[in-house]
Design a protein around this ligand. Structure first.
Ligand SMILES: Cc1cc2nc3c(=O)[nH]c(=O)nc-3n(C[C@H](O)[C@H](O)[C@H](O)COP(=O)(O)OP(=O)(O)OC[C@H]3O[C@@H](n4cnc5c(N)ncnc54)[C@H](O)[C@@H]3O)c2cc1C
Length: 405
């Protein structure tokens, strides 16, 4: 690919950089800055930071201008994520689902009335969204969703259970995938509702993770009356709309992530210089030197995978199956890197709290790294995609009988 940037891209980069420098939270990145630690603290911090971004038009920059976005090109989005990562600016946290999933799905399939109602408060960060897709028996096999929405004329009655619904307990709205027809092939009987989380009959119950936080929930729907106007698009077209949502799960943030991981690795190099093993700094220990150099090389590979993906998107206008290679690669790379970080710290690396190594960042990073190989499509599913669609191998056996489409 051609890596040179046009004058307008260069000036866009300068504009983003200047905004970040001026607007980063006071003291951000200095030892005096106390990072928000608990989930509640992170929600409050994130709402404030994201509202600031929103006020100056830095949320949903990829949205078309007619819906309040900047209509940013793919390259401009990459530049934005790179600059945010370079400055180690806080990442989009609380309304990722709103800006990246709900907004684009509503733009693609919603009525004009729905667009007018839902899009502005997403961009201004006034309304937070969650994604109610996964269920206890519908994760990788998402078409198996069992939550029922019974059509009662001017409303639906919803009954069922969702799981792993990130932020449901703090969300205002939910993208709800539910079954409206049981008599057809499973992916043909799904509908897509936009559901107000304050409706009676919705009970989000936070699930405590291994980190101690509770970011996601199981959500129970019991005789929940949902007005018909909350239906997105047409009845029983939910599978198509869900695929629109899923196609936006991995946006152009990949190279930005790579820079953020590089920052993590640079922090790890520093920690290795300041920690002793066998009487010498870990950074001079022959075994650890090899491992740290290996982690650096892996990060560079991630960058080249990212560049290859961008080339494909710029050429074909959409991400190809290379996206699965990238997801599989980086999610396992992160796990290896976080494991190395723990071993650099030795027993102390496993501690959390104010006086722990890196104030507990390594321990938390390690525990969270396991989520990466599951969320947005597990590693086994990525391998299935690579073997079937990239390598052209025969389809594997599934646990559930295949249906005729
Ligand atoms: C941090 C995090 C946040 C999430 N947030 C949300 C959210 O906000 N909203 C939401 O709807 N969901 C969310 N999810 C759920 C996520 O999409 C699912 O966990 C994921 O799709 C896997 O589904 P599952 O957990 O049901 O596992 P299962 O599908 O039950 O899989 C269990 C195991 O079997 C393997 N497996 C399954 N099928 C096959 C196959 N055909 N071939 C080979 N192996 C297979 C899987 O790889 C996995 O190892 C989140 C998950 C995580 C980790």
């Amino acid at each position: 690919m051609d890596l040179s940037q046009s004058p307008s891209e260069q000036s866009f980069r300068a504009e983003v950089r200047a905004w970040i420098e001026k607007n980063l939270p006071e003291g951000w990145g200095t030892p005096a800055f106390k990072d928000p630690r608990t989930f509640e603290e992170r929600v409050a911090f994130s709402k404030e930071w994201e509202a600031k971004l929103a006020k100056d038009g830095w949320v949903g920059i990829h949205w078309p201008k007619e819906y309040g976005g900047r209509g940013a090109t793919y390259m401009e989005q990459i530049i934005f994520h790179e600059e945010m990562a370079r400055a180690r600016a806080p990442q989009l946290f609380i309304n990722f689902v709103g800006t990246n999933l709900a907004g684009p799905t509503i733009m693609a399939h919603g009525s004009e009335e729905q667009k007018q109602r839902y899009l502005p408060p997403i961009l201004s960060m006034e309304e937070v969204w969650c994604q109610g897709f996964s269920e206890p028996n519908a994760g990788s096999d998402l078409a198996n969703v069992q939550t029922r929405a019974e059509d009662r004329g001017d409303h639906f009655v919803v009954n069922g259970q969702k799981i792993w619904t990130s932020f449901a307990h703090v969300a205002d709205w939910c993208l709800l995938l539910c079954r409206t027809d049981t008599s057809v092939a499973k992916h043909k009987g799904l509908s897509y509702l936009l559901v107000d989380m304050k409706l009676p009959g919705i009970d989000p119950r936070p699930l405590k993770q291994i980190t101690g936080d509770a970011e996601f929930n199981e959500v129970f729907f019991t005789d929940c009356v949902v007005p018909k106007e909350y239906l997105l698009g047409e009845m029983n077209m939910g599978w198509t709309y869900a695929n629109t949502t899923l196609s936006h799960e991995r946006g152009p943030a990949f190279l930005g992530h790579q820079i953020r991981f590089r920052n993590v690795l640079l922090d790890l190099f520093k920690a290795a210089q300041n920690t002793k093993r066998d009487g010498i700094p870990v950074s001079e220990h022959p075994v650890f030197r090899q491992k740290l150099a290996g982690a650096y090389a892996e990060l560079e590979i991630m960058r080249y995978i990212g560049l290859r993906n961008i080339t494909s998107i710029l050429k074909h206008g959409r991400p190809g199956t290379e996206g699965s290679v990238a997801k599989l690669y980086w999610s396992h790379m992160v796990r290896r890197m976080q494991e190395l970080a723990l071993s650099v710290g030795g027993p102390a690396g496993a501690l959390d709290g104010e006086d722990a190594m890196g104030r507990g960042q390594w321990q938390r990073g390690y525990l969270m790294s396991f989520a990466q190989t599951i969320a947005a499509g597990s590693s086994e599913i990525q391998k299935n995609i690579i073997s079937e669609r990239v390598l052209g191998m025969p389809r594997g056996e599934t646990w559930a009988p295949r249906e005729k489409r």
